[in-house]
Design a protein around this ligand. Structure first.
Ligand code: NAP
Length: 305
């Protein structure tokens, strides 16, 4: 199951898994876009086991309803890829009164994952992969303002905070659900509508060095299907990025050593730390557990009876 599978990294991931013969459940919010993407995938791969499900992850109660209905209909689920995500330019709330970026990027991911855990546990090799972002490296977990009610609303910073929350969520879920292999990853900077529309200045200045959606999907696909991926510990962060750096600095060897180190940290399919060296972004174990209990309480409020 891949959320946001009609576009960008999600579509490239769906394509790659369909090519390998996997049954793909595309969870998308726009029926026309989803059906069009499905047709492309079926045409290119010849795999007809590609199914469309319509769900807007910002609609909290509907996330529960979708997951519960999916569990009733299907006997098992092997892999969940939480890929859908978006940056909001201004604060908006959903029908339940929750800030929409939080509802989509954090609570929707939490509810979908938690609700599908019993189904995943029926699989022999269940995995959950969440597409976070390297932008989270500049964020310290903040649990006191989950709805972004206080302070100026900076959509890119709110998004980056939510991507940090996805990393913490993954680490915590990996501790409590040990039969499932959890991973969270940065796809690299990829030329997709999310970047073009959500970060137009960044997109303009970086356009020539952005990765293709297929390159962005590489680590997610590997985490979903490779035997080697499941041998790594659960709950870890992966960085999908290949930097091409040239050292022309007069600092010579020392600078080169730094660049080599940086390259080494940024290669596809590699586990990397969730904090930059000497960063101020670490949070306490108590705060990290507290995030999960806040999400659990909020999720329960909207759970259908
Ligand atoms: N591109 C990058 O450089 C980059 C870097 C770091 C992380 N990421 C992450 O990669 C993931 C995929 O993004 P992308 O770059 O491939 O962008 P994209 O092509 O715009 O894809 C985003 C997908 O998420 C879907 N989506 C957004 N909000 C949704 C909602 N409320 N409910 C259901 N689906 C929703 C979109 O649906 P619609 O098509 O209907 O809008 C689309 O299918 C995101 O989580 C993003 O944060 C991307």
């Amino acid at each position: 199951m891949i959320t946001g599978a009609n576009s960008g990294i999600g579509k490239a991931t769906a394509m790659a898994i369909a090519k390998r013969g996997g049954t793909v459940h595309m969870v998308c919010r726009n029926k026309d876009k989803a059906e069009e993407a499905r047709a492309d995938i079926v045409k290119e791969t010849g795999n007809k086991e590609v199914h469309v499900h319509i769900l807007d992850l910002s609609e909290t109660k509907k996330v529960w309803e979708f997951a519960e209905a999916f569990k009733r209909k299907y006997k098992a689920l092997n892999v969940l890829i939480n890929n859908a995500g978006s940056i909001m330019s201004q604060r908006d709330v959903n029908a339940e009164g929750l800030e929409k970026s939080f509802a989509t990027n954090v609570l929707g991911v939490y509810i979908l994952t938690k609700s599908l855990i019993p189904l995943l546990e029926k699989s022999a090799d269940p995995r959950v992969i969440t597409v976070s972002s390297g932008g989270m490296l500049v964020q310290k977990l903040r649990i006191g303002n989950l709805q972004s009610e206080r302070g100026r609303y900076d959509g890119a910073m709110v998004y980056a905070q939510h991507k940090r929350q996805q990393v913490v969520m993954t680490e915590q879920l990996a501790k409590t659900h040990t039969s499932i292999h959890f991973s969270v990853m940065h796809p690299g900077w990829v030329d997709t509508p999310a970047v073009a529309n959500g970060m137009p200045d960044f997109h303009r200045s970086m356009k020539d060095s952005l990765r293709t959606p297929e390159q962005g999907a590489d680590t997610a696909v590997w985490l979903a299907v490779a035997e080697a991926a499941a041998k790594n510990p659960s709950g870890r962060f992966y960085h999908g990025q290949t930097l091409q750096l040239e050292c022309t600095s007069p600092l010579g060897a020392g600078c080169y050593a730094y660049l080599r180190l940086h390259l080494c940290l940024c290669t596809d399919r590699k586990m990397v730390p969730t904090h930059l060296p000497l960063a101020w972004t670490h949070s306490s174990a108590l705060e990290e557990q507290k995030l999960l209990s806040l999400l659990e309480d909020l999720a329960k409020t909207f759970q259908p009876h």
